[in-house]
Design a protein around this ligand. Structure first.
Ligand code: MLT
Length: 422
């Protein structure tokens, strides 16, 4: 890490926050010691730096800063020297976060001799995050999270998380157990705007899937497996162990895939306007012809075909702003994402056999006017899941959370009340 200035100041009395950097052990090498054969104050700086890199390697990765194209430059560092350390001594170094500001980060590190636990030295260090040109820059959310703080994000502002090859844009709000809200096709996180804004007591996480909204849209690499693994990596990045997963339509297909591949990460399921069976032969043909439309005529033509099917009769007649909102959502979906999602849905597995094995609290929600995944399919699905509850939302079609936001949020809130908290 780059040292800018170094001067002595008293230890900070700021409230200590827990950093997610692990405690590490470092050995004192002879070349680090001075003419008297022990570590002096300057050498302690190096030992503490070595410990930080070691902790990064064991925790979030030594490329934590590089992958966000930022660098922590040292603004101030103070060593509080307590006892000498000699070659061969093994020091246990713990790191605590003192403060995470918008662009600065203050840490305290403590080195103890492993042989007798004696406190050898303490370091108080302040970094400022800089960009490639050396200008101070806001601490990226993942880095703030690693150091024990939630990023300060304005409501509606999306944060970006790299999930292994693609970057997902995510709307995150609130504190508490995690609720992951997975949108359908060809939509984005804003489908869940009302639920994200109002389900307080939960940490609401609404990503744009790969190929949707403003997330990356690679040309290839779309499948239910890829979507599910992206989301689990996203939970990892956000240090979320387990979550209630809500999926609408294609989001439900992805929730099933998460259930198959990562069951330990799911503490509850909310299946909205979705179905468990795979596409019929006719359905697959339909996917292929819509892929052609997307490739040849673009997202607006996909919107022409899809919007009337997505919204219920009542919404189309009485909620022109919702019709407009959905149309805009479809039109801004990148063609690569449309094509990728259609192929992924066409090739998705049948999840019917999974239903009786679902052993987490489950809620099935369906719009009474849903023609894509009709109430009969929802009823069959709910009946096959042990102890699933089901609610039908009057006056809503396939996009119930958007068409009847208050009713859907209320049934979800009631369901969440009953989910055992992790
Ligand atoms: C969706 O809303 O995700 C899609 O309409 C689902 C589908 O076409 O199977």
């Amino acid at each position: 890490m780059v040292f800018r200035t170094l001067y002595v100041r008293p230890p900070s009395s700021l409230r200590t926050r827990v950093s997610r950097l692990p405690t590490v052990e470092v050995t004192v090498y002879p070349y680090e010691c001075d003419a008297y054969g022990h570590l002096n104050e300057a050498a302690y700086l190096q030992v503490f730096e070595r410990a930080r890199w070691e902790a990064l390697a064991r925790g979030p990765g030594q490329d934590l800063f590089r992958r966000h194209q930022v660098w922590p430059a040292v603004r101030r560092a103070t060593v509080d020297y307590q006892l000498p350390a000699f070659p061969g001594d093994v020091l246990q170094v713990e790191t605590e976060t003192q403060k995470v500001g918008r662009t600065s980060l203050e840490l305290q590190q403590r080195a103890r001799r492993t042989r007798d636990g004696a406190l050898i030295a303490e370091l108080q260090i302040v970094f400022v995050m800089i960009d490639g040109e050396g200008k101070s820059t806001p601490i990226p959310p993942e880095i703030a999270t690693v150091f024990g703080s939630r990023p300060s994000v304005r409501p509606g502002e999306l944060v970006r998380h790299e999930v292994g090859g693609v970057t997902l844009a995510v709307d995150t709000r609130g504190d508490g157990p995690a609720l992951l809200l997975v949108h359908g096709f060809p939509l984005d996180h804003s489908l869940w705007a009302h639920q994200v804004a109002t389900l307080s007591g939960w940490r609401r996480i609404a990503p744009d899937l790969r190929g949707a909204g403003v997330s990356d849209a690679p040309e290839t690499g779309y499948s239910m497996t890829a979507y599910a693994d992206d989301l689990v990596r996203l939970l990892d990045r956000m240090h979320v162990e387990r979550a209630v997963v809500a999926g609408l339509s294609m989001g439900g297909y992805i929730a099933f895939e998460m259930m198959r591949r990562h069951p330990a990460r799911i503490i509850g399921l909310i299946l909205v306007d979705t179905r468990a069976d795979a596409d019929s032969a006719e359905g697959r043909k339909g996917r292929d012809s819509l892929i052609e439309v997307a490739r040849t005529d673009g997202a607006a033509s996909v919107a022409d075909r899809m919007v009337p099917r997505l919204l219920g009769r009542s919404s189309q007649q009485t909620q022109p702003h919702v019709v407009q909102q959905v149309r805009a959502m479809v039109e801004r979906t990148p063609v690569a994402g449309l094509v990728g999602a259609l192929g992924a849905m066409r090739d998705r597995p049948d999840s019917t056999a999974l239903l009786p094995t679902i052993d987490v609290p489950t809620l099935v929600v369906v719009g009474a006017e849903d023609e894509v995944t009709p109430p009969a399919a929802a009823r069959a699905m709910a009946a096959a899941i042990p102890s699933a509850a089901m609610t039908t939302i009057p006056g809503a079609g396939h996009l119930a959370p958007l068409e009847a936001p208050t009713a859907v949020t209320r049934v979800i809130a009631e369901f969440l009340e009953a989910v055992p908290r992790p």
